[in-house]
Design a protein around this ligand. Structure first.
Ligand code: 17E
Ligand code: FE2
Length: 426
């Protein structure tokens, strides 16, 4: 500990969800940062600093973690046409057209813009899928370059994602492996979009084999369909159990779990707890993509977030899309995603609201396998955000402004909350 530090944050509030247990909730603390790390946390530190910020009691939280996004298709909405049916499958078809004209520059420019949008709203850890279905592998190569270019302010994990399936056409399986050789962090898949159930099962086995061979994590788009017979999640869970890889394995979307009968769903969730894999829900997207072939009653099309959470399974949340063929809206704001989970999954109890905040912070860190570096604690890398809110619930309720983003010990972004000025005395 030196007497002068690089950055000193005065009077921040570290609630129980801020990762710091020492101070009673509500009592403001100072946070000293030097050499990219948190050096001290205590009320009224007797230090000087190159830069000092007065947080005036604002709430300090670990940064948001984006568990699931497609940066390669971000910011392409309407190109070459809009998704009229609103379905996943029309989205895949539109993207197939758009991806014929991709260049490295095109993908890199849009991915960087999307990452800046996310970082400016408090996200400093991102897992992005990169479509590896085309022979050029442009999305993957571009995102690997971006991963390197942004590493001093945001952590990007890249998933090799075979959007069109692994066994649907010759060459796809080989390209998935090639993507791992090129440096993808995570192996992806899409078993419910393979041509047959047998191909889907085979694809899951292949993904696990590759993950073992190349020592990578797994994140599979799994059962993203309203079909109650789409049961690849059980295959993922079985493989995770048999190979004892659960903590390194994620099943994304799993919307069919919302359509399974209860007897099967609860048996499966028991197995999931034992495995123990991670689940990622993308409420903005699946509330809009799913249920499109229903009349009424119309399904919500979300996985069973509340029940999974109640069973102690690690659930985190993602944006999935920012203005792309699947979802023309989206602003990269994870507080909006948490709010959508609260509504779509009926997580309105006080503990449930706080759990939804954890799903965009600590649980996401677990999904991404970030290890012990994540959290606002002495000795850890200084990544943190300052919110214009008293606590996690208020942050979701008001979609609070992230007033400051500190990445790798440096102030990356500051934002002034909107100023409301009454023009009449009421
Ligand atoms: N691809 C896919 O298979 N599912 C999605 N939700 C998106 C892309 C956004
Ligand atoms: Fe996705």
């Amino acid at each position: 500990m030196t007497d002068s530090v690089a950055l000193l944050l005065r009077r921040g509030a570290l609630g129980p969800r801020g990762g710091q247990r020492a101070n009673p909730p509500g009592e403001p603390v100072d946070i000293a940062i030097a050499d990219g790390k948190i050096q001290a946390i205590a009320p009224q530190l007797d230090l000087t600093a190159e830069t000092e910020l007065d947080l005036a009691g604002k709430w300090v939280s670990p940064p948001f973690v984006e568990s699931h996004i497609h940066l390669d298709s971000a910011l392409t909405a309407g190109q070459p046409r809009w998704n009229q049916s609103g379905t996943l499958f029309e989205g895949i078809d539109i993207w197939r057209e758009r991806k014929q004209s991709l260049t490295l520059e095109d993908v890199k420019t849009r991915a960087l813009a999307a990452l800046k949008l996310q970082a400016s709203q408090g996200t400093l850890f991102v897992r992005s899928h990169a479509d590896v279905s085309e022979p050029s592998l442009i999305p993957l190569k571009a995102l690997l370059e971006v991963r390197e270019a942004v590493k001093d302010w945001i952590t990007l994990q890249v998933v090799a994602f075979p959007q069109d399936g692994i066994y649907s056409a010759p060459g796809h399986a080989e390209r998935l492996e090639e993507a791992l050789k090129l440096g993808a962090d995570v192996v992806g898949g899409i078993p419910h979009y393979e041509l047959t159930r047998e191909d889907g099962v085979r694809s899951v086995h292949r993904i696990f084999d590759l993950a073992e061979q190349y020592d990578r994590l797994i994140d599979i788009h799994c059962d993203e369909i309203d079909d109650d017979q789409s049961r690849f999640l059980e295959v993922v869970v079985a493989e995770a159990l048999r190979r004892q890889m659960g903590e390194r394995v994620t099943a994304s979307h799993t919307t069919a779990l919302g359509s399974y009968n209860n007897a099967y769903a609860f048996k499966l969730m028991g197995f999931m707890g034992r495995s123990p894999i991670n689940i990622v829900a993308n409420p903005l997207i699946n509330l809009t993509l799913q249920g499109r072939t229903d009349t009424y009653p119309k399904r919500r099309g979300l996985t069973r977030v509340k029940e999974l959470w109640q069973q102690g399974i690690n659930v985190s949340l993602g944006n999935d899309c920012i203005q792309d063929p699947w979802y023309s809206l989206g602003s990269g704001n994870l507080l909006e995603v948490a709010s959508m989970a609260v509504h779509g999954c009926q997580m309105t109890g006080r503990d449930e609201l706080r759990a939804c905040y954890q799903m965009i912070t600590e649980n996401g860190a677990r999904t991404l396998h970030l290890g012990h570096d994540y959290g606002v604690e002495v000795g850890k890398p200084a990544n943190l955000i300052v919110l214009d809110a008293a606590d996690a619930i208020a942050a979701i309720q008001y979609r609070a402004t992230v007033c400051a983003v500190i990445a790798r010990g440096k102030l990356l972004v500051s934002t002034t909350p909107p100023q409301i000025t009454w023009q009449q005395s009421l």
